[in-house]
Design a protein around this ligand. Structure first.
Ligand SMILES: *Cc1c(COP(=O)(O)O)cnc(C)c1O
Length: 396
């Protein structure tokens, strides 16, 4: 380290994790509200506004339930309200999050069938169609699909899953985890016949962690009446009896002051413009990583160009070089926080979160810190990835 290098990084923490994400100042200020009674008519008005806003982001006019908890709460709620012990759920393998959701289902007494895949290539829709066609007795009650696999930086075409269900006339419920895609990548709950949309507060919606929700179709609500897995805190039936139609116990009122501002920000920009911004910034990141991959450098973990995620990019290190060393350098020297590799990808990949409250200089700053960390750690790469990102952003 040179004599002029700072001992401790200065400036604001530059946060480039794929969840939680940066919280805009206006949301932080909105959340800093005094306590209110969650049955007060004035609060209920705000609550309804938020409710309608989340439905618009999910592109549905159907039902919703909300939970105090992280995304896992909404995962669990979707399973315990819709399935019975011994029911089969088909999980499309995508990466660490599809595996975790599947493990949760197995722990709850659900029989989990997995449609396996190579994590760098993604689920094969023809294989899905074959699996559904083979299930002539309709043992599969639900399909679990992760719209955007945050551990690998790959998305799943949900409309193609719907097409496979329709083509085979299979009645399974379609459960979709949108925790890292809601408000980042287009999702059309009603148009694509999604029965449950699982979402969380701390990714595309730019809120603190601690609130989750499920968009629920009429078909799913009907199916919940026959499901018998034990449930209490997550019971849709109990929630439906409440004025708020959600939450058992105290409603997290402060989150709603933030949620109103989140929806306002998203709709002020325009939902489609938000998607386009994510697509543009993601493409800049990918061009940078593709450039770095010269000289046997780090490369995109996602090896399927039709499935690249617009909210997170996983970068695969060259053999023998540690992703953790790169992350430690960006954090300790430049105050830039990156996501690590999850489960079997630990140490092999680092992840750049490019979702939520984000613009060009934030992305370029992150990429520049990473390129410096490559130099510092003697990681082979083609220098100039940041230039490739700048060239794209200046022109596109
Ligand atoms: C973050 C994430 C989860 C887990 O959500 P928590 O809020 O951490 O419980 C699940 N699925 C995906 C795709 C995620 O990105």
């Amino acid at each position: 380290m040179s004599a002029t290098a700072p001992l401790k990084p200065r400036g604001r923490l530059f946060f480039a994790n794929p969840g939680p994400t940066n919280i805009p100042d206006s949301i932080l200020h909105a959340i800093g509200h005094y306590a209110v009674d969650f049955n007060d008519p004035e609060f209920l008005k705000l609550y309804e506004e938020c409710w309608e806003g989340v439905l618009r982001v999910m592109k549905t006019t159907q039902h919703m339930f909300m939970y105090t908890g992280s995304g896992h709460a909404a995962w669990e709620a979707s399973l315990v309200n819709l399935l019975s012990a011994g029911d089969t759920m088909l999980v499309l393998e995508t990466g660490n999050f599809s595996e975790s959701w599947g493990r949760m289902a197995a722990d709850l007494g659900i029989i989990v069938q997995t449609l396996p895949c190579d994590w760098r290539v993604g689920a094969d829709m023809a294989a899905l169609r074959a699996a559904l066609a083979a299930d002539t007795g309709h043992a599969i009650k639900a399909i679990g699909a992760v719209h955007n696999e945050t551990s690998t930086g790959m998305f799943l075409p949900i409309d193609e899953i719907r097409a496979a269900l329709n083509a085979t006339g299979h009645p399974a419920l379609l459960l979709v985890d949108t925790i890292s895609s809601l408000g980042c990548i287009d999702l059309q709950m009603d148009e694509w016949g999604v029965d449950v949309v699982v979402g969380g507060s701390q990714k595309g919606l730019m809120l603190p962690t601690g609130m989750a929700f499920t968009g629920v179709s009429q078909k799913a609500l009907d199916a919940s009446k026959d499901a018998n897995l034990p449930r209490h805190y997550f019971s849709w039936k109990a929630m439906s009896a409440r004025k708020q139609r959600s939450f058992i116990g105290t409603v997290p009122t402060n989150q709603f002051f933030g949620l109103r501002e989140s929806i306002r920000l998203i709709e002020e920009e325009g939902l489609e413009n938000v998607f386009n911004r994510h697509a543009r910034l993601a493409e800049a990141v990918r061009r940078c990583v593709r450039h770095w991959s010269g000289n046997n450098g780090p490369q995109l973990y996602c090896a399927n160009p039709t499935r690249e995620s617009n909210s997170v990019t996983a970068v695969l290190m060259p053999e023998g070089f540690s992703a953790e060393a790169v992350r430690n350098t960006t954090k300790d020297r430049f105050n830039v926080s990156l996501g690590g590799g999850l489960a079997r990808l630990n140490g092999k990949v680092f992840r750049i979160g490019h979702l939520g409250d984000l613009n060009e200089p934030m992305i370029l700053g992150t990429l520049a810190a990473i390129e410096m960390a490559f130099r510092i750690n003697n990681v082979p790469h083609a220098a100039g990835g940041v230039d490739a990102a700048m060239a794209y952003l200046a022109d596109a």
